[in-house]
Design a binder for this molecule. Structure first.
Ligand code: SIB
Ligand code: ZN
Length: 436
């Protein structure tokens, strides 16, 4: 056995592969090194040295992928709720962020990662500042992430930010055993004027760098862009060539006209739906079904904890299904299985990592979670997908693996010192909001 990769067999578990058309079934999942070796019926023969995990009473599914957030904003959780987006951003978030040190960012990101791992998230897309601190935390916690330096190109030092954005890409792409990927992060149509944005888009296209950007989050944004450029936010980005040049991760995409949606047809990447943040900020309901009908990939994210309050993707899955049903006044809009696929395979497409993660199948990276089904609110199991989508919560997750490495077992975090983390986060959060 010398030199052989370690094998882990998760035996007799309820498997939800999240592959289109697959139904849940009982079987074994074999992990070998960082990858899934097989997913199938419980007939796996055991070799000496194999680690066996009993899947009795558990469901296994691909790790959830949070397609849009700002991880250090955990430090601003419940700091200022119930405000309008532009007030909230300009009067509360930006001043608080200006007070954050690099170390604050590191601890805020760790706090987010502890919460994400606990609630079954294995990968996330992040747009923020001091990204090298977040990258360091990703490397240490064992998660997978797509990182972008957020860029308000309208500001005086937009050039400096852009340089930081490129620096992140050069230094961190492919790091942490390939778990870290990178994007460019021009913040939004309203913080990025045409000249610098067009230049950025051209360069991203030439260098094949994906772009992560907020789009059409509020009616105010639509009004601002209409006043400045006589266009919808989507037309504004389209006319600058964004959708021809690059793989694009759009955050929100709430206020889209039918013709905006047609402009997105055929885009590489897709839209991250953030239903809880959109609901809390009173933004509106993204046209998820219409986007999917046009072939646009849709994933699910939380947005920062500053707006969403939690990073629990199960809450987002449920909210996504509810909001589509409410908006259409039709309970067949966005069924349970489709909402679960959005949060796994759908988000994976947005991060550009769908060949590696997002479904449970042989050859893919071993990023998965085990949910403890032996709880009153998760029984009986007439339809496991409906139970998970409509009744499960982050706290039901028992175990999480990324790259075949356990990050949590029996609800115990294995890569994070939670006690130290909570103490650091509390002190830093209090200092940051003082005087804001
Ligand atoms: N102005 C910053 C951009 C920083 S990164 C990402 C930014 O997105 C902000 N943010 C968080 N949630 C939202 C949202 O829902 N809409 C728009 N921006 C958001 C967050 O506060 C953070 O400032 C700079 O160029 O340095
Ligand atoms: Zn955001």
């Amino acid at each position: 056995m010398h030199g052989a990769k370690t094998r882990t067999i998760i035996r007799n578990v309820l498997i939800m592969t999240m592959k289109e058309g697959d139904r849940p079934f009982r079987g074994d999942i074999v992990l070998e090194g960082s990858r899934i070796a097989s997913v199938g019926p419980s007939v796996t023969s055991q070799h000496p040295g194999d680690e066996i995990i009993s899947g009795e009473g558990m469901a296994a599914m691909p790790g959830l992928i949070n397609a849009h957030q700002h991880s250090p904003m955990t430090l601003l959780r419940a700091f200022s709720d119930d405000l309008k987006l532009m007030d909230w951003l300009e009067r509360k978030m930006f001043p608080a962020e200006a007070r954050m040190t690099e170390e604050d960012i590191y601890w805020g990101a760790q706090l987010a990662m502890a919460e994400m791992i606990r609630s079954g998230t294995t990968a996330f897309a992040d747009m923020y500042i001091h990204m090298e601190q977040i990258a360091t935390a990703v490397a240490e916690t064992g998660m997978r992430a797509s990182l972008a330096r957020g860029l308000a190109l309208a500001e005086d030092d937009g050039g400096k930010r852009l340089a930081e954005g490129w620096d992140l890409i050069e230094r961190w792409s492919g790091q942490a055993n390939g778990r870290i990927t990178t994007m460019l992060g021009p913040h939004s149509p309203y913080l990025c004027p045409p000249e610098p944005l067009k230049e950025l888009i051209g360069e991203a296209g030439r260098k094949r760098i994906p772009i992560h950007i907020h789009l059409a989050e509020t009616v105010e944004e639509t009004a601002i862009i209409r006043e400045r450029y006589g266009k919808t936010p989507t037309e504004y980005l389209h006319d600058l060539g964004l959708f021809d040049e690059a793989h694009v991760l759009l955050a929100h995409a709430v206020h889209l006209s039918a013709s905006d949606i047609r402009l997105l047809r055929g885009m590489r990447g897709g839209a991250a739906h953030n239903p809880v943040s959109n609901a809390k900020l009173g933004c509106g309901i993204a046209p998820v079904a219409a986007l999917m009908e046009q072939g646009v990939a849709v994933g699910i994210g939380t947005d920062g904890a500053g707006s969403a309050t939690t990073l629990d993707m199960f809450a987002e899955i449920r909210a996504a299904a509810w909001l589509q049903k409410l908006a259409a006044q039709d309970p067949t809009a966005l069924p349970a299985g489709r909402a679960l696929r959005m949060a796994t395979a759908g988000s994976a497409r947005l991060l550009g990592i769908d060949s590696e993660v997002g479904t449970l199948e042989a050859g893919k990276k071993a990023d998965l979670l085990l949910i403890d089904l032996r709880q009153p609110h998760l029984q009986p199991l007439h339809d496991p997908e409906a139970v998970i989508a409509y009744a499960a919560a982050g706290g039901d997750v028992d175990s999480v693996f990324v790259d075949g490495v356990p990050l949590m077992r029996s609800r115990r975090l294995l890569t994070i010192d939670e006690e130290k983390l909570l103490a650091e986060a509390a002190v830093r959060a209090a200092r940051i909001v003082e005087g804001v």
